[in-house]
Design a protein around this ligand. Sequence first.
Ligand code: HEC
Ligand code: HEC
Ligand code: HEC
Ligand code: HEC
Ligand code: HEC
Ligand code: HEC
Ligand code: HEC
Length: 423
Amino acid sequence: MSFSKAKRFFQKKISIHKTTVVIIAIMGCVFTAIRCTNNNEEKEISTEVQYSDYAGSGKCISCHKEVYDSFVHTAHYLTGKPAEEQFIKGSFTPGSNSYHYNPQLHIDMEKTDSGFYQVVYYKGDKKMSMRFDMVIGSGTKGQSFLTWRENKLFQLPITYYTEANQWSVSPGLRTDKVVIDKAITSRCMECHSSFVQALGDPQLEPMEFDRSKVILGVDCEKCHGPAAKHVEFQAANPQEKSGKYIVNPASLSRQLQLDACAVCHASNISKTKPSFQFIPGKSLLDYFRVDSLSQVAVDNGNIDVHGNQYGLMTSSKCFRMSDKLTCNSCHNSHANEKGSTALFSQRCIDCHSTTDATFQTASHKQVNAIDKNCIDCHMPTQPSRAIAVKLQGEEKMSASLIRSHFISVYEEATKNFLKAQKK
Ligand code: HEC
Ligand code: HEC
Ligand code: HEC
Ligand code: HEC
Ligand code: HEC
Ligand code: HEC
Ligand code: HEC
């Protein structure tokens, strides 16, 4: 079944949102017209930062092999990948490759010679199939999948949810019907890829992209700036021992270092310039309106931790009462240090010596190995509202747990920690 036919089917049987369908149908015609009369080169928006300014991490290996070899194990590198078998975490084996909306309606994940598909079945009949083109998410928590239609990206209805090792409805989508028209905004790509060449009007969302000009994942150049010129210069000048035309975050001011991470880790910001124009070393405020989490929100317990490490961390006393804390004080961007609790605790101890009077308090004195874990008491995990899915057969949503970056005293977490320690 073709996409438009399928849409009509869903409209009738499963009642997809009507206006969206109409808009998509109209846009579909516009696309076809543009495609006949124009090519992508002409539609490219002329902006300060272009695809040709980028080299891609493959080019860094020859001179920075150690960094590269370690970096490829990070969630950043893995957060955007082509839809190949090695990168898709969920199962395609019959028996564990389905999601059932109701007894009549289900989606199977199917592998064929031409790729991977989400196939919709209604009363046993195959209704439509949608191709996996791109994997979003390292799979630490889950993976969502995108499909190209013309020059636009759409989110597939089914997501892989790691904790339960199950396929489930993608976060934010209705669970009583199949939603096939969830367009992917350029903002989604700005956080989960390094660069995508935008086409057409930059004010229009969902934006059109040139699918041949995509740098997947949070790659080297997302933190170091476009590096084609650096690569060219260093290759032509092998005697040159210092790096040119490249940003080292360590030499930026504290705020600019924070900005380079906040572009993706401060959820409440909105663009004021075209997509992908912010690069490290620039001030985020020249490209985005920052609406970061206020203390009031923290006090009210209204903290959606998803993606807002910046807002939470900068509300913490550790940040407000020291002049040097940045994300890089605790995180090494080139290595996967997930779960290395003792290592992270050491970074707390850099500022909070365990020989201080602080460590004579009642709670601290009860801890067996205080230098091994500051984290579970002072940065407990909390359920995310954004990364939450409805698992098959369950009524309640299951939410991913996310580490709070509001570093503080948590009584409940302390109680749980001390209880667990006794066992
Ligand atoms: C032809 C060799 C070469 C290639 C290719 C290369 N670099 Fe470099 N880079 C260097 C040299 C030499 C330096 C200076 C010594 C150092 O800091 O390692 C450097 C330094 C750097 C620095 C630190 C700059 C500073 O001011 O401290 C960064 C960051 C960097 N490179 C990133 C990259 C990235 C990202 C890529 C791939 C897109 C890349 N490099 C590709 C040779 C290269
Ligand atoms: C282009 C957007 C972007 C930028 C810039 C960015 N991040 Fe991330 N970061 C992400 C995304 C997306 C994830 C989730 C990756 C996943 O698991 O799929 C992530 C995950 C992480 C994680 C969790 C890693 C893990 O093992 O689960 C840490 C820590 C982190 N980022 C720190 C930083 C720091 C520090 C900076 C700045 C130096 C930074 N990020 C800059 C988008 C970004
Ligand atoms: C403002 C930046 C931002 C935007 C926009 C964004 N994400 Fe994320 N996403 C993150 C960060 C950061 C994480 C890591 C978890 C966290 O810190 O909350 C993440 C985590 C994820 C994960 C789980 C990855 C894992 O295994 O840990 C998936 C899947 C995901 N995002 C998909 C999407 C999709 C699809 C969109 C667009 C519809 C989107 N995200 C929009 C920043 C963003
Ligand atoms: C999430 C952000 C991020 C990503 C992605 C990233 N880096 Fe870095 N890089 C940093 C930060 C932050 C520093 C400064 C570390 C410090 O404080 O000394 C740095 C420093 C460097 C340096 C200077 C020397 C050193 O090791 O400290 C080089 C060279 C470098 N990075 C190369 C790369 C290459 C090559 C890649 C990809 C394979 C890469 N980086 C990916 C954030 C990142
Ligand atoms: C760059 C230095 C620095 C680092 C790193 C740091 N802190 Fe702090 N922290 C401070 C300062 C300064 C204060 C405020 C003065 C004080 O209470 O000691 C503070 C305050 C605190 C407080 C009291 C918070 C409150 O609301 O009363 C806790 C708890 C804390 N830090 C825990 C941690 C933990 C756990 C880590 C590691 C995950 C950490 N800190 C890392 C500097 C730091
Ligand atoms: C005081 C230390 C500290 C600072 C500063 C800090 N983090 Fe973290 N971060 C941690 C610890 C500890 C974890 C949990 C790591 C684990 O258990 O694997 C973590 C986890 C994360 C995760 C994964 C969240 C999850 O639950 O999956 C992201 C994303 C992240 N940090 C981003 C950032 C960003 C962006 C900044 C700066 C705005 C930052 N962090 C500043 C200590 C810190
Ligand atoms: C069992 C949970 C637990 C662990 C583990 C723990 N803390 Fe605490 N911490 C607390 C509690 C609770 C308080 C509040 C004072 C009290 O009740 O003892 C506190 C207070 C603090 C304070 C603020 C003291 C003040 O002057 O207001 C700092 C700083 C701190 N902790 C840092 C750390 C660091 C650094 C580590 C790891 C080396 C750590 N804590 C490990 C529970 C813990």
